[in-house]
Design a protein around this ligand. Structure first.
Ligand code: FE
Length: 192
């Protein structure tokens, strides 16, 4: 892991940024991927955090996601994750990169020694297995996530028990939209 300072450029951030970039096993961090992700943070997040609770899809008790984009061309999605409980979320493997930008609160990965706080930008390279942990002192965390590929959920023995990809995310959001009467365009507008 290495940290780099925020340098001013064409992207205007709402606040200072701490970079938490996990070093891939081979080669360097994909600057192009990060640049694309940074662009998408600005495009998708800075409109504000939705206050209407119907726009948050329940994932588990006190865990929700607010979808922003479903990428059916490359396989992946962008969403806000909101957690209002402390403790560890399900451990999972990523075969493709993940970027995250912390908007509120803080969290860490069990496998790393850094803590992502408000304004942190996290890059996790392909091939990472991790479990997200929210500390006892955090009332609510909201983080923008760009997940490429899928999440493969593991049990304590490292055996695959479940997965999520853009298609399962779309189906889950469609069910949610139907239940709350959000209309067919709610999901459609986010599919690329
Ligand atoms: Fe993850």
């Amino acid at each position: 892991m290495f940290r780099v300072g925020f340098s001013s450029g064409p992207v205007r951030w709402p606040r200072s940024v701490t970079w938490l970039l996990q070093t891939p096993r081979k080669g360097s961090v994909s600057k192009r991927f990060i640049a694309l992700s940074v662009h998408q943070v600005v495009e998708s997040v800075l409109d504000g955090i939705p206050e209407d609770e119907r726009l948050w899809v329940s994932r588990a008790l006190n865990i929700w996601f607010h979808p922003l984009m479903f990428d059916t061309v490359n396989g992946g999605w962008i969403n806000l994750l909101k957690v209002k409980r402390s403790g560890m979320l399900n451990r999972h493997f990523h075969p493709a990169p993940v970027c995250a930008y912390v908007i509120k609160g803080s969290w860490r990965y069990l496998e790393h020694d850094w803590i992502a706080t408000e304004g942190s930008f996290v890059y996790a390279p392909p091939g990472e297995t991790h479990a997200l942990v929210v500390g006892n002192n955090v009332e609510e965390m909201i983080t923008w996530f760009h997940v490429c590929g899928c999440r493969i959920y593991m049990d304590d023995q490292g055996k695959q028990v479940d997965y999520e990809d853009v298609h399962t995310k779309i189906r889950k959001t469609e069910d949610h939209a139907r239940y709350h009467g959000l209309g067919p365009d709610f999901v459609k507008q986010m599919i690329r």
